[in-house]
Design a protein around this ligand. Structure first.
Ligand SMILES: [Zn+2]
Length: 490
């Protein structure tokens, strides 16, 4: 038979004095020695709260009690065992049945005596009482504030406070629902912020959205499902400390929800998954990263941003700046805003895709260019062949009476235009293989490429868009912060 020395510390207690695992162990060991116990064993739950008894070491101890291995359970204080009276009473009853006792080393009593059992119960009652009292005090404070006309909770984006009531702001709520769904579909906080800013939707502080603002807005914001939560943080000196979830005070259904519970839960799950991923602004934020060149000195122009605060909201200004100036003070101070150059480049590519002629200031043949051309040529030929086969199959289907004449005609039109496009492409590619390209061929080749990339170039997904730009653009030269010249990859 041994004595079980039980040690528990919750994650938010770890920094508290007198509660650390080392301190609890030291005290229990001293106590065991003073009682003359030689055979003892530590059961340690590190990072578990007392809200239930679902803790690995605790459960192991229960099994050992059942198996008759343990004669006594000792903790430094009762609250190490549990904070719930019911759990406490059940546990001591359970020990009784198994001829085991419970002792607290700092509270001078044990369950091996009737008096000890009574004191234990009383202490348990007080512990529970204390917890509920704190909760009530906070609630009282909130109600008190409400009576004085001070808002209980600041409305988040999507709500307004009217006559001390949270009321849905339909204009904002529409966006909340939309971005929540987009978030679940895989759009990142950065893209959502970008979208809202583009649509001129302002935050509750009348500022612009950032990826962080989106994340903060969605993280455990139960206001969106009609609940109010208080006591999430406490003040310790100058600092705000997060309270553990069991200390929160939740009032459910206090106002109309904007999001369905399932949507809200899906968003929370997504947030948990992306925790720890570097925020967008720390990764490459710049569509033309590595492609912009200073027209004056030939150095790379690098993406950078300046930020400042306005009414509590951090605003950023993104631009490409001559690295020769920024790093060494050479060349001269010139830059171009991302919101000028990026739309410009995308627009030019869009025009190219439509067949418009765009000045081409140069091009490079990538080393694998000829191989690519050959690959594309054979792919185009295969596609052309399969069009013939498709047409044959559709014709048979019509003859068998499987499809009506109208459908056959539609197919004919569609397949004809596909065929024409392919034949044109094959001509260009064959010419490119036979002899070095002339300007006309180059134009044509770039047109075709832009056309193929059209969808990707207008994608909402940053990475897809950036890859498409990289696929076609070799370099973007900038002169005097305004003149932009494009050179292409072949
Ligand atoms: Zn320069």
């Amino acid at each position: 038979m041994i004595v079980a020395l039980y040690v528990r510390v919750s994650t938010d207690e770890q920094a508290k004095e007198g509660v650390s695992i080392a301190e609890q162990k030291e005290r229990l060991q001293a106590y065991a020695t003073s009682q003359g116990w030689r055979e003892y064993e530590f059961y340690i739950d590190d990072g578990y709260s007392a809200k239930d008894t679902n803790r690995p070491a605790f459960q192991r101890m229960v099994t050992d009690v059942q198996n008759g291995r343990i004669q006594a359970v000792v903790t430094t204080k009762i609250d190490r065992l549990t904070r719930r009276l019911l759990d406490l009473l059940q546990f001591t009853d359970f020990l009784d049945e198994n001829e085991c006792v419970y002792k607290s080393s700092s509270e001078a009593f044990d369950t091996s005596t009737a008096a000890g059992r009574m004191v234990l119960q009383l202490l348990g009652v007080f512990a529970e009482f204390e917890r509920e009292r704190i909760a009530e005090r906070v609630k009282d404070n909130m109600q008190h504030l409400a009576h004085q006309g001070k808002p209980i909770s600041r409305p988040c984006f999507g709500y307004d406070l009217i006559d001390k009531q949270l009321v849905i702001n339909e204009e904002e709520a529409k966006w909340v629902r939309k971005i929540a769904e987009m978030y679940i579909e895989g759009y990142g906080p950065f893209q959502l912020a970008k979208l809202l800013n583009k649509e001129k939707v302002l935050t509750k502080n009348r500022g612009q959205w950032s990826a962080k603002a989106i994340r903060v807005f969605f993280t455990e914001n139960r206001m969106l499902i009609g609940d109010l939560v208080w006591n999430k943080q406490k003040r310790k000196g100058q600092k705000l400390i997060e309270n553990s979830e069991e200390e929160w005070i939740v009032a459910e259904g206090t106002h109309p929800p904007i999001l369905h519970k399932e949507i809200y839960d899906a968003v929370q799950e997504k947030i948990d998954k992306t925790k720890g991923v570097a925020p967008r602004s720390k990764r490459s934020n710049y569509l033309l990263s590595g492609m912009v060149q200073c027209g004056h000195c030939g150095s790379r122009m690098i993406g950078t941003f300046s930020k400042w605060k306005k009414e509590g909201e951090t605003l950023r200004n993104f631009r490409y700046i001559c690295s020769n100036y920024q790093k060494k003070g050479l060349c001269f101070n010139h830059y171009i805003q991302t919101e000028v150059i990026e739309p410009y480049v995308l627009e030019k590519l869009g025009q190219l895709a439509k067949g418009a002629s765009v000045p081409i200031h140069g091009y490079v043949e990538t080393s694998t260019h000829q191989k690519k051309v050959r690959d594309e040529l054979s792919q185009a030929k295969r596609n052309l062949k399969s069009i013939g086969e498709k047409w044959q199959r559709q014709k048979e289907a019509y003859e068998e009476g499987v499809i009506p004449l109208a459908e056959l005609k539609d197919d004919r039109t569609r397949l004809d235009s596909e065929k024409l496009e392919l034949e044109e492409k094959i001509k260009v590619l064959e010419a490119a293989i036979e002899d070095p390209m002339n300007d006309k061929d180059i134009q044509k080749f770039i047109h075709l490429k832009a056309k193929e990339l059209k969808e990707a170039l207008s994608s909402n997904v940053f990475e897809i868009q950036q890859n498409a730009v990289r696929e076609i653009i070799h370099e973007v030269q900038v002169f005097d912060s305004k003149e932009v010249q494009l050179s292409f990859k072949l």
